[in-house]
Design a binder for this molecule. Structure first.
Ligand code: FEO
Length: 401
């Protein structure tokens, strides 16, 4: 049985949903699943835009079959060669031997590397090239590092549809509702969208900015991404989010407190600071136990909030390993432009504070570590009260700046 949805007059969503997969890219938890979107344009020539992950191939082929209704498939446009979108192309090409593949030089090189035989079927395009399929004419725009080097997006100049590849995508599977205006995106999707962007594309902010600049020059009416809902209204809302994320600017003034605690004493310090912040009027606070939270969630909220407090015990004379892992991920993702506060703890050698400050200073661009710091010797006591108060004041002052 097939499962398709009409996107525009001539365009159909023929993708699949995966609610069984636990880890996207075998690293990021996806409790809400993920969709692999593919689109089929019915015109004088029938055109498929990307394919799906191998796990959904059987269902995907049925969807294509239904929409084609016996007509040939003339072209497959490959915007992105990552296997979550390209793994089923070999099967599509086997079933539709007349189908030609439109893509760019680097993508054809990757096809060869992945072992897909497209010899004699290649139509190589570069930025600005045009292809006409009857009523619809498309043009191609390079989107390198969004999120692989070969990535491109395809713009249908006839109806303003942008096939945006990984750009404007999201974690989360579709439950029949395909369009952004069929869901409450700001309530039900934005956290998944932020976690998808920051962890998958976060490192490549300048490349996303470059693509956004190019996109601002074309009259886009709809985003058809490879994951998550199709956008046909309120595009500005989603563009603004991507603009902020890719400039590493926070979405909200607020404090994310991440603590690494072995026996609860550092955790208690994190709670004490949070309470002081609330007393002083800062209530936009999110607190995480670094040991119990997958780092992809920490990354997403680090991009969201303006201020981050790291509270870490000293472990083997170093930063607690799970906290270090979080910091390492921030570095890998080119994270920038935040203000940090520090709480350190240790029983016989307190080193985590200086080490975390050094890590931030040496690895995270345009980040500031507040001078006020809390240093705990095993467990916080009356002697720390002034430090908590000073750190809370420094955070409040910085937020209100
Ligand atoms: Fe959804 Fe970069 O692949």
């Amino acid at each position: 049985m097939s499962c398709v949805r009409k996107v525009t007059e001539d365009l159909y969503w023929v993708g699949v949903n995966d609610k069984r997969l636990h880890l996207f890219e075998n690293i990021h938890p996806i409790p809400n699943g993920v969709s692999y979107n593919s689109y089929l344009l019915k015109d004088e020539k029938n055109v498929l835009f990307d394919t799906v992950d191998w796990s959904g191939c059987r269902e995907f082929l049925k969807n294509i079959e239904e929409v084609l209704a016996g007509e040939p498939l003339d072209y497959l446009i490959v915007n992105h060669m990552e296997p979550d979108h390209a793994a089923s192309m070999e099967e599509v090409l086997l079933r539709y031997p007349e189908c030609k593949v439109i893509s760019n030089e680097k993508a054809f090189m990757f096809m060869h590397q992945f072992g897909f035989d497209v010899e004699g079927r290649k139509d190589e395009v570069k930025e600005g090239d045009i292809r006409c399929f009857g009523k619809h004419t498309v043009t191609f725009v390079a989107a390198p590092m969004v999120h692989w080097p070969e990535a491109m997006v395809t713009f249908d100049t006839t109806n303003g549809v942008l096939f945006s590849a990984d750009a404007f995508g999201s974690f989360g599977s579709l439950d029949g509702r395909l369009f952004n205006d069929e869901v409450n995106f700001d309530r039900d999707w934005i956290d998944d969208a932020r976690r998808y962007f920051t962890n998958i594309v976060g490192k490549y902010g300048p490349f996303v900015q470059h693509l956004l600049k190019k996109a601002s020059n074309v009259p886009i009416k709809m985003f058809c991404p490879l994951h998550g809902p199709v956008w046909r209204t309120d595009l500005g809302y989603y563009i603004d989010k991507h603009d902020k994320w890719s400039r590493y600017e926070p979405e909200e003034k607020g404090v994310m407190i991440v603590y690494a605690s072995m026996y609860g004493n550092t955790e208690a310090a994190a709670h004490r600071l949070a309470s002081e912040l609330c007393e002083k009027g800062v209530t936009n606070i999110k607190m995480y136990d670094v040991s119990k939270t997958h780092v992809s969630y920490l990354i997403a909220d680090a991009f969201k909030y303006s201020h981050i407090v790291l509270a870490s015990v000293t472990y083997n004379l170093n930063i607690y390993p799970v906290m270090y892992d979080f910091l390492h991920h921030l570095k890998l993702l080119n994270f920038q432009k935040r203000t940090f506060g520090i709480i350190e703890n240790g029983t016989w050698a307190i080193r985590s504070g200086a080490l975390m400050k050094n890590f931030i200073d040496e690895n995270l661009k345009e980040c500031t570590v507040l001078g006020a710091q809390v240093t705990i010797n095993s467990s916080a006591n009356e002697g720390n009260e002034k430090e908590f108060s000073s750190l809370a004041d420094a955070l409040v002052d910085s937020i209100n700046k």
